[in-house]
Design a protein. Structure first.
Length: 608
């Protein structure tokens, strides 16, 4: 009986798929209107859009400029764009070809293929496998630092030098991870006996006639990438090309790939496309999950597969509606005001809304007598880095807050930009009230969300970004007061022909600490304001970034010295009480900053 009930629930969440008109009449006008409007509003220099339906390209068009300064128009057949993480599809395809050839095993320990380095045996008896790598479930931390530009290293060398920690047993939580996919690319390289780039060119691109696509770095051609402020950037190459740092392609080439995926073309490898598109991992059978690199992102009851790519100044989106034979690909060469280029999701949803029936969300019944108190708390993305300065991104990423209500329901904030009510229809599984999305709690302290490539882990009060932001809100004004106040006090004392009471060194330490805090905040804040510009500096380990991190590191010993001076000031009665109070506030402010700097790995990171 229980099995029948669960089967009914799953079927109710998957409405029958309707076939659209094969040629999508009027789709060209829809695309033109949307793209030209968004490009003007977002100030995006150039874009291309491909729509495949009924086995042919019904749209394949370029818009705007590949190079604004040289007035080179975008040509869908010749203009190359960086495709970023869409490369992961090629990596999965290449690996599966070798699985079918008997050279790789999806469920074998990857260490059985590695000779120059090994993956750490953090969880004995639970090795990392190729299946884990191709579904983002290997459990690696997101803490690697890449080389870029002239510092790009061979794939194996880069992997050996930047192996991140393993934070969770493999298979226990999806966490999007570039290192894992790059490792899958290295397995392709190892067992095929040829460089990854050559293998993909020969076995992925050539069979489909993708003559204008390149995997190796430096193949972007005449196209330029533009940051949010309109300035060009050249960050087109980095370690881990198998994960998407460097490869480039044209709209027409990617249209050929879309058609091959939709048609389950044997030129991709016999059975490979179907295997890639089939669900390979989910946190709960009632939630969407992962294929092999394809991400399930259902929309209004329609099965939608998705993969995107992001590089500084360039963004791509690829969608498949396998049951309807529709594919959509969007590429743009500007961050735009939204910093993610021309939003492919917005266009894909417009096309689906026009050509596919609008189904109603499945009806669910609240689980009688259910309780939800055990799920309350704050949950942070599992992609939050533990071991690198990338952790600082969590300062601006609000956790998901879960609150239990009567009847076993919950309220969430931090999802969808609003408060959402969720109905518990099965133990630990909830559906959005009046909506399609679902969430689940597959393990204690873990939250899984529809259409997400990460799980969320429960965090305690001391791990809350809001607490750390409050510490910074206290540290910055008192540091600024120290920076400005101590020189003013010294000038006033000089005008009175007297020396400020108390030792000079503690005051100099307080002024220096305040100056370091303000200098770091101003410099690092300017980087965070434009992440597209910051990423190349992080990839390269730029001297300006290293200098800022040195400033942050110096605040730790200075905070300790200021606390010691504060104790001495009250014991020895340096200065008047108001002066001692002011000094204490400065010491506490610098200490608060140092705590945040240590928490977010801004102190003493290593670069290789």
């Amino acid at each position: 009986m229980l099995l029948k009930l669960l089967t009914a629930l799953v079927l109710s969440a998957t409405p029958a798929q309707a076939a659209p008109p094969s040629d999508l009449p009027g789709v060209g006008e829809l695309v033109d209107e949307h793209v030209t409007s968004v490009m003007a509003e977002e100030k995006i220099p150039g874009a291309t859009v491909t729509v495949v339906a009924g086995g042919r390209e019904v749209v394949d068009k370029g818009y705007g400029w590949a190079d604004v300064e040289r007035r080179l128009p975008v040509d869908p057949e010749r203009t190359r764009f960086l495709i970023g993480s869409e490369t992961k599809l090629f990596t999965a395809q290449a690996a599966l070809q070798l699985v079918h050839a008997g050279k790789l095993d999806l469920d074998a320990d990857v260490n059985s293929y590695l000779t120059t380095f090994k993956i750490s045996d953090t969880y004995p008896g639970r090795p990392v496998t190729l299946r884990h790598l191709l579904t983002h479930t290997a459990g690696f931390d997101e803490d690697h630092v890449l080389g870029s530009g002239s510092n790009v290293r061979p794939l194996g060398e880069a992997l050996a030098a930047t192996q991140p920690a393993r934070l969770r047993p493999p298979g226990t939580g999806v966490t999007y991870n570039n290192y894992g996919v790059a490792l899958a690319g290295y397995l392709v390289e190892t067992v095929s006996g040829m460089p990854f780039e050559k293998y993909v060119e020969k076995n992925v691109f050539a069979p489909l006639g993708m003559k204008n696509s390149v995997i190796a770095c430096g193949g972007l051609g005449d196209t330029r990438a533009y940051l949010a402020d309109g300035s060009p950037t050249t960050a087109d190459c980095a370690d881990f090309s198998a994960s998407g740092a460097g490869p480039a392609s044209t709209s027409s080439d990617m249209a050929a790939y879309l058609k091959a995926q939709l048609e389950l073309d044997p030129r991709l490898g016999v059975g490979v496309a179907a295997e890639m598109q089939r669900q390979q991992h989910t946190e709960d059978p009632r939630l969407p999950g992962m294929g092999f690199m394809w991400e399930e992102s259902p929309y209004k009851g329609h099965r939608l597969l998705f993969k995107a790519g992001d590089m500084p100044g360039m963004h791509t989106y690829m969608f498949l509606l396998p049951e309807q034979g529709i594919g959509i690909h969007v590429m743009s060469n500007g961050d735009g005001a939204g910093r993610h280029g021309l939003d492919g999701f917005e266009l894909a949803r417009k096309i689906i809304d026009r050509y596919l029936p609008d189904a109603q969300p499945p009806a669910v019944t609240a689980l009688p007598g259910a309780s939800a108190e055990q799920y309350e708390g704050s949950y942070q993305s599992s992609r939050t880095s533990h071991g690198s300065l990338l952790k600082v991104q969590a300062l601006t990423d609000s956790p998901v807050h879960v609150t239990a209500t009567a009847g076993g329901e919950i309220l969430t904030t931090g999802l969808k930009g609003r408060q959402v009510r969720w109905i518990q229809f099965a133990p630990g599984v909830f559906q959005e009230e009046g909506g399609w999305d679902r969430i689940a709690f597959p393990e204690p302290g873990q939250l899984a969300i529809s259409r997400s490539t990460v799980v969320f882990d429960r965090i305690g009060p001391l791990d809350q970004p809001s607490l750390h932001l409050a510490l910074l809100a206290f540290a910055l004004p008192v540091s600024l007061a120290a920076l400005l106040g101590f020189p003013v006090a010294a000038i006033r004392a000089r005008r009175r022909s007297s020396s400020p009471a108390g030792p000079r060194v503690p005051r100099l330490l307080a002024w220096s600490a305040g100056a370091l805090v303000i200098a770091f905040t101003a410099g690092f804040g300017s980087l965070l304001a434009d992440q597209g510009r910051a990423l190349p500096l992080v990839l390269e380990g730029a001297p300006s970034l290293i200098a800022l991190l040195v400033l942050a590191s110096l605040t730790v010993p200075l905070a300790a010295a200021l606390l010691a001076c504060t104790a001495m000031a009250w014991w020895k009665r340096w200065w008047r009480p108001s002066g001692r109070i002011a000094y204490t506030l400065v010491a506490l402010g610098v200490t608060a900053f140092a705590i945040v700097a240590v928490t977010y790995n801004l102190v003493g990171p290593s670069y290789t």
